[in-house]
Design a protein around this ligand. Structure first.
Ligand SMILES: C[S@@+](CC[C@H](N)C(=O)[O-])C[C@H]1O[C@@H](n2cnc3c(N)ncnc32)[C@H](O)[C@@H]1O
Length: 324
């Protein structure tokens, strides 16, 4: 098995870090270390984290994975890291070194460190329009030197602005991460309960073809207007998501809540079961525990993220259908 030589900066606000971890896993294909559930931590981690993976991937479309860097050199001290870099005999033109304590935080003596790193490299730096970006940073008692592979474009920013707001809409950032759990550019996804179309918009921006079902006609029309507002295109059907016919790479299912108690089991069950029949990968956001339902359906749970906001605790299930 190859070594984990790519480090990623994952940035997530309080309550989102488990979903961020799942998005990292979906993008890189590597597992990330588990943390205690978010609301049981002594120091809720609202700060960026560094995770390692075997593959270096483009994180341009990511909701939470801010950067991917390829490890060049490391050392227990700054001097050891500089010696390791020197030993590589790196030749680079138009490079730029940035020193920081962790993502987003400069070190106090950053200028000296940047110059010291640059002195280990053959070639000329370019501070204004670099072709190569190098990151020198302290992390858990060692120094790392990495070359930037990709950076997120924070593509979800500004997507809250749309003609139609919807009280039960997902925040665009969460919708984007859920789409990334089940699809990649070029894929087709279905949102069987698309509401105001948040996931459809995010998918469209990422080059993923979106299909939405929505039982309420006026809400479906609002979804269409929101999608058009963002210059995207989506297929939107007014109808019951349990009747969607076709086959999709992924499904994003934001389960309705607030429907009458006696119908809850039947409708929600039907929506989940149907999504598992028509899509290979499914991301479900729900206030319910669905572990037993997935087990019954022979689906494999790839990850679960708990999201906590005020008193609302919701789960995102990331699942591979038995028919995948
Ligand atoms: C939680 S909201 C989805 C919100 C959506 N993710 C957004 O960001 O706007 C659930 C939606 O499912 C719709 N719905 C409920 N039962 C449905 C069904 N059987 N088929 C399709 N849509 C359904 C509701 O009208 C509601 O708009």
């Amino acid at each position: 098995m190859s070594e984990r030589r790519y480090f990623y900066h994952v940035v997530s606000p309080p309550g989102h870090d488990e979903l961020a971890r799942l998005e990292f896993e979906a993008l890189t294909g590597d597992r990330a270390p588990q943390h205690p559930p978010w609301d049981e931590r002594e120091n809720p981690s609202d700060h960026p984290r560094l995770l390692w993976a075997r593959a270096g991937v483009d994180v341009g479309r990511s909701a939470y994975v801010a950067e991917c860097c390829r490890l060049l050199a490391r050392g227990a001290t700054l001097e050891e890291m500089l010696a390791a870099s020197e030993k590589l005999g790196l030749r680079m033109e138009r490079f730029h070194v940035q020193a920081r304590k962790r993502f987003g935080t400069k070190v106090s003596s950053s200028r000296q460190i940047e110059v010291a790193v640059a002195d280990t490299i053959w070639g000329s730096p370019d501070l204004s329009r670099p072709a190569i970006e190098l990151i020198a940073q302290a992390h858990e008692g060692e120094w790392l030197l990495g070359e930037l592979v990709s950076r997120t474009s924070n593509g979800w920013l500004g997507h809250e602005q749309r003609p139609h707001q919807y009280s039960s809409a997902l925040p665009p950032r969460i919708a984007r991460a859920m789409v990334n759990l089940v699809a990649a550019p070029g894929d087709r996804i279905i949102d069987p309960c698309c509401g105001s179309g948040t996931a459809l918009v995010e998918a469209g921006f990422m080059g993923i073809e979106p299909f939405g079902w929505e039982i309420n006609r006026s809400v479906a029309e609002q979804a269409a207007a929101n999608v058009c507002h963002h210059g995207q295109a989506a297929w939107i059907v007014v109808g019951d998501g349990r009747t969607a016919k076709g086959r999709w790479d992924g499904a994003v299912l934001d389960l309705p809540y607030g429907i009458s108690a006696e119908r809850v089991d039947e409708v929600l069950r039907g929506l989940v079961e149907h999504a598992l029949k028509i899509a290979k990968l499914v991301a479900v956001v729900t206030v319910d525990e669905l572990d037993d339902l997935f087990a019954e359906q022979g689906a494999e749970i790839l990850g679960i993220a708990t999201m906590v906001k005020h008193n609302l605790r919701r789960k995102v299930y990331w699942v591979r259908a038995a028919t995948a």
